[in-house]
Design a protein around this ligand. Sequence first.
Ligand code: FRU
Length: 493
Amino acid sequence: MNNYTLRRARAFEEKYRDRADPGLQPRFHVTAGVGWINDPNGFSIYQGEYHLFYQYYPYDVKWGPMHWGHVKTRDFLHWERLPCALAPEQPYDKDGCFSGGAIALPDGRHLLMYTGVRNVRRSNGLVDNYQTQCIAIGDGLNYEKIEANPVLDEKDLPAGGSPIDFRDPKVWFEDGKYWCVVGNRPADGSGSILLYESEDALHWQFASVLASCHNQFGKMWECPDFFELDGKHVLLTSPQDMDSMGLEFHPGNSTLCIIGDYDRERKHLLRDNLQAIDYGTDFYATQTLETPDGRRIMIAWMQSWESSGAKVKELPFFGQMTLPRELHIRDGRLVQNPVRELEAFRTAKVKYQNVMISDETNLQGIFGRFLDMTITVRPGNKNKMYRYFKLNVAKDGERATMIRHKPENNTIRVDRSRSGFPHDIVNSRDFPVAAYDELKLRIILDRYSLELFVNDGEQAASFVLYTPVSADSISFSCDGAAIIDVEKYDLEV
Ligand code: FRU
C-alpha cells in the first residue's frame, strides 16, 4: 500500500485506538474508540458478516478531513474494529471521503461508493466543496480507489443541480441492475434525491429525480436511503435547515421518512405519508441493509450536529451509532424496534405486575445502567386519567433523566438536562404518541445513551447521556394514579 494518509491513520489506530480503555466506551454501541465519527456508511453484508463504515476523523474529537472508519459484526452488538478503510488523498477526494454505501459484487469483491470532496477557493475568499461520486473496491479489509474515479460528476446532474451539494450515494441491486440514490440541491435551492442506474456498479447513468423537497421540508436532503418495506416504498433522508413543524419536526438538522408507492415507469416516489424518523435530541443520517432472513435494519448517527461541540473532556471519542433497529410499516407509519439479537444478551429478569404508582416509588431490583426495560402503564383510576406519569432513570442525588407521559395532550417528554452534560444544549423533546388504553415504554440504556421505543416502536427517541454509571437508580411517580407492569433485564453484551 503506498497511501501515506491511510497508512498514517492505521498507524495512529494501532498506537491509540486499539488501546482505548473499554471502561470509557459504550458496551454495545459503535464509536471510533479514539476520534470523531458521524454518519454510518457502507452498511452491508459481505462474506457472511455485517460491515459498517463511518465518517471518521481519527486524530481529534472534532470533525476534520473525512476518512472511512470500519467495523464488522455477526450479531449487531459485538463489533470488531478494523483498520481505517478510506483516507482523503486523491485529487478528487483530497478534502474528504464523505458518506456513501457499499455492496458485495458477484465476483466476491466489496464495492464502496462514496462522495469525493475537493475544495476550491472562490474569488471572494470563501471555499466551495465540489462533490463527485467515487468508488473503491476491496476484500473487506483493504480497498483500492478505481482509476475511473469520479464515476459521477457535474455532467451527470439534471439541469440546475448543484455540484457543491451532490453527495451520499446509497447503492443496492434490484431487478438485475444496480441503483443508487444521491442527495442534491436543485435550482430552487432546496433538496432532491437523484436516482442513478448501472449494469455493473461501475458505469452509472442518471435515471430520474426520485423525490423533491420544493422548499417544504428543510433544504439540502442528506444521506438518502430508498427501499421496499411491507409492500410500500420508503425514502429516509436527513434534511438540513428544517423549520420546526408542530412536534413532528424539530428545527435544524432533522430527519424525514417518506412512505409511498414507487412509480416504476417514471421512477418516482408518490408520497402517502411523511413523518420524523426519531424524536430524540440525537439522531441523524440513517442507513439500512436487508438481512438474509429479510429484515430491514436501520442504524444512524446517535448525535446531532447542533450539539456536536458538547463534549466531555475525559472521553477520547466523540459520536456513537444507534442500536441497529428492525423496521416495519404499521398503519401507514414507520415502526422501529431494537434488533431481536439483543434478546440473547438479556439476563437477571425482574418482573412486576399491577403496581399502583402515585407518589415517587422505587421498586426493589429495578435499577441499572446497562438494561432493557419495558414498562406498561394503565390509568389507576377508571374515572379519572392521571395528569402525568413520570419515570426517572440514570438517577442519583443530583442527576436524573426524565421520561414523562402527559395524557391530556398525548405527549411524551424526555428531559436530559440533569444527565451529565457540562453544556447548556437542547436537552428536552416533546413528541406525540397515540392514545391507547395502555402505554408501553421500552428503554435501552448503555453507558452513554438512552433509546426509547414507545408502543412497540411507533415512536423512537434517542438521547446521548453522560451521567456517570454510578447513577443507576430508577423511580416512578404519577400525578394521579397509574398501574404499571415492569419487565427489566440487565444487558450482558
Ligand atoms: C451528514 C453529512 C453528509 C456528508 C457527511 C460529511 O451528516 O453532512 O451529507 O457526506 O456528513 O461528514
